[in-house]
Write a protein that binds this ligand. Structure first.
Ligand code: PLP
Length: 429
């Protein structure tokens, strides 16, 4: 990558932006190379600063389920911008998007828009604590809920441990109120939730984990979560920042038929603009200011451009057969990848739910953080660099998901399959 425009941009970026990036994983350190700088995107393709094109499997980390620069979304944003970019006042468009969200997502009777997934989860937890008058938040090892202090708790390993800060700058006093337990472990879950000493306000979970790579929930895990939290008066929060409007129009909760008390959204609901949302039962949502005492606010919340992009996106997702077609495409793609693993003998455990998937370079079944960590990250790094060199843009970490979008054509996926086969064979040389 020496002597490229991306390389010189990265040098410039590092002088004025920490690590040269505005979000750490973009620096590509875990895959052993420097990032390419993107100057434009259309459909399933990204173009970098050197004019090279890539088939995109990152999709801006999830929002671009319809591909980039979709003409209807671009037009909606342009039309909205022509009317003014921010008013800091109520607008008709925020009601329209709120109505669409309430109609789509089973658990949401009322919704509040914010500017990111982090804001959504942070606000949802504050509200759950305010509503219950309790303190403790239970999360799961390997799940990511944004970068608010309460969530930066080091992943434990199968034991119930009280939180230890996962980052300097997060006081022990804050994370001692966060408990992280293993994903998909029903026994530990029950023991934890029934512990009377714990004063638990809420459980927050990615209904399909996407931030340790794709880890599907065991059926009984989600069922137990719903049953136990209901019985014990604990607020169950689904963090559907990735899965919302992705696994189905009603998200993971509709896909699995399990309805939480509260839901956090982001990514797709903003159509590629900065949006998050949290919502739930009226009884809980009515505790938020100005109706209730729990405070949460935002200068740009419900921003008209973001609302317009969200509305345009959701309308397109309502097309009959949209999710069925995406499922079919993703299933076929995953099947072909599995064939390559079998024919080359390079062990890959392929986890997929709908249009999100991860191929873990391991022979082990991946069901939680501990098993995800058995993946060979060096091998992933090599594969990443080889694929990038051939114009395939994957997530720069083994522990992320690949996003299939409606924009990827048969040819795009065929190219990715061919390059995967080439990359796997090259790794054997
Ligand atoms: N929750 C989940 C499940 C996520 O995947 C993410 C980000 O990837 C977040 C929350 C945080 O969202 P944001 O990056 O918009 O703050």
């Amino acid at each position: 990558m020496e002597n490229t425009r991306s390389a010189s941009l990265f040098e410039n970026a590092k002088k004025v932006i920490p690590g040269g990036v505005n979000s750490p994983v973009r620096a590509c350190r875990s895959v052993g190379c420097d990032p390419v700088f993107i100057t434009g995107a259309s459909g399933a393709k990204l173009t970098d600063a050197d004019g090279k094109e890539y088939v995109d499997f990152v999709g801006s980390w999830g929002p671009m389920i319809l591909g980039h620069s979709h003409p209807e979304i671009v037009k909606a944003v342009q039309d909205a911008a022509a009317q003014g970019t921010s008013f800091g006042a109520p607008t008709p468009t925020e009601i329209e998007l709120a109505q669409m969200v309430v109609e789509a997502v089973p658990s949401i009777e009322k919704v509040r828009f914010v500017n990111s997934g982090t804001e959504a989860t942070m606000s949802a937890v504050r509200l759950a604590r305010g509503y219950t008058g309790k303190k403790m938040v239970v999360k799961f090892d390997g799940c990511y809920h944004g970068h608010a202090d309460s969530f930066l708790v080091k992943a434990g390993s199968g034991v119930i441990t009280l939180g230890i800060p996962g980052s300097p700058g997060v006081p022990d006093d804050i994370v001692k109120n966060t408990l992280s337990i293993p994903y998909n472990d029903c026994e530990t879950l029950e023991k934890t939730l029934r512990d009377p000493a714990l004063d638990i306000a809420c459980v927050i979970v990615e209904p399909v984990a996407g931030n340790m790579g794709c880890v599907p929930p065991k059926k009984e895990f989600l069922e137990d979560l719903r049953r136990l939290t209901g019985e014990l008066g604990i607020v169950l929060i689904f963090d559907e920042v990735i899965t919302g409007f992705r696994l189905s129009y009603g998200g993971a909760q509709k896909y699995y038929g399990i309805t939480p008390d509260m839901t956090c959204l982001g990514k797709i609901v903003g159509g590629g603009l900065p949006v998050g949302a949290y919502g739930g039962k009226k009884e809980i949502m009515d505790c938020i200011a100005p109706d209730g005492p729990v405070y949460q606010a935002g200068t740009l919340s419900g921003n008209p451009l973001a609302m317009a992009a969200g509305i345009a996106t959701l309308k397109l997702l309502q097309a009959p057969g949209f999710y069925e077609q995406l499922e079919e495409k993703a299933a076929e793609y995953a099947g072909r990848l599995a064939d390559i693993s079998a024919s080359t003998g390079i062990a890959v455990t392929l986890n997929r739910v709908g249009s999100i998937m991860t191929g873990f370079f391991t022979e082990n079944e991946v069901v939680d953080f501990e098993s995800a960590m058995t993946a060979d990250t060096n091998r992933y790094g090599l594969h990443y660099r080889q694929m990038l060199s051939k114009g395939i843009y994957m997530a720069p970490s083994q522990f992320e998901v690949a996003f299939i979008s409606a924009a990827q054509s048969g040819d795009d996926l065929e190219k990715a399959i061919k390059m995967t086969e080439w990359s796997f064979k090259k790794m054997l040389e």
